[in-house]
Design a protein. Structure first.
Length: 318
């Protein structure tokens, strides 16, 4: 006797929509289970077979089905990295806040595996998943930081809710090697993301390594909120980046001294001059235009410029 349920499970795993549809037409149970209680929907979602997921849902497959480890098909789709499967399951009513027996949500799985499009879909469905913690008390962002999932961390940092800064710094400090990069610990980009997104106290700035490569990319955002923090950031730039900013500061001061009037001061802290400062520090291409903001004067005077070249008056930070 033909086991239609097993054939359906196999077809779902392989993404064989023709066989899957034939099994369903012959009366196979859309909620058949294997030895781990995985349903065809789990298998199709894990394999990223969106057309099979759609056919199973249309045939009455349960989007809330649980395996022995309590994982739902949405967990399987997040693990497999299929945005199309995630979207189909969410549309069918799958819960983004469902937890498996380890306390993990699909969003936490997506963060661990650096599945950014999946993570974005889950956050759009329910932003609260960003702060739901697993059985060990870690939120998705904490996991992304600890395992050096830079893209997932950037995605999560763009949201409204964040864990405490102390927790995020501890996760970066205890970051594990990224095996895809030969076992290196890629912490510097994570520090840049953190200081760009949220304010730090002077004590927390003391935990940022000195020097920290690439930190200059965060300068526009940091300068926008605090010149004091911007000075603390400049202290942590690599020597070559600080030298570039020093050269820029001297050049800008000399230009200003030669003008009959002060350079314009736009209200926005993210104007071209801020970007140029950051790009100098990050060794990125420079824009063609240049203007100023008053907070940058503080940063310019962070360097020991000779008095004859100085056009600004602000306390020195270096």
């Amino acid at each position: 006797m033909v086991d239609l349920g097993q054939h359906l499970l196999d077809a779902a795993l392989q993404g064989d929509q023709e066989t899957l549809s034939a099994c369903l037409a012959m009366g196979a149970n859309a909620n058949a289970r294997d030895s781990t209680l995985a349903a065809p929907l789990h298998r199709a979602a894990f394999g990223g077979h969106a057309s099979c997921v759609a056919a199973l849902l249309e045939a009455g497959a349960d989007p809330h089905a649980r395996k022995t480890n309590k994982a739902t098909p949405l967990h399987s789709a997040a693990f497999g990295g299929s945005t199309a499967c995630v979207a189909a399951l969410l549309a069918a009513g799958a819960s983004p806040t469902a937890v498996n027996d380890g306390g993990s949500t699909p969003a936490l799985d997506a963060a661990f595996f650096n599945r950014v499009p999946v993570l974005q879909a889950l956050l759009a469905a329910d932003p609260s998943v960003a702060l739901l913690r697993n059985g060990t008390g870690r939120a998705p962002l904490t996991v992304a930081l600890q395992f050096c999932r830079v893209d997932a961390a950037r995605c999560l940092l763009a949201g409204a809710g964040l864990p405490p800064m102390e927790e995020m710094l501890a996760a970066v400090e205890n970051a594990l090697p990224t095996f895809s990069r030969g076992g290196e610990v890629q912490q510097a980009p994570l520090y840049t993301l953190l200081v760009e997104r949220a304010p730090l106290t002077p004590e927390q700035w003391g935990r940022i390594p000195t020097p920290c490569a690439g930190l200059g990319a965060a300068l526009p955002a940091v300068l926008e909120r605090s010149t004091e923090e911007a000075c603390l950031l400049v202290h942590r730039l690599p020597p070559a980046d600080r030298a570039r900013l020093h050269t820029f500061a001297v050049s800008l001061a000399r230009v200003q001294r030669g003008l009959p009037a002060s350079l314009p001061t736009p209200s926005s802290g993210t104007c071209w001059r801020c970007w140029w400062l950051a790009q100098c520090a990050a060794q990125l291409p420079l824009p063609a235009k240049l203007c100023t903001t008053s907070p940058v004067a503080t940063i310019v005077n962070s360097y020991p410029v000779q008095p004859a070249c100085t056009a600004f008056t602000a306390p020195r930070c270096l």
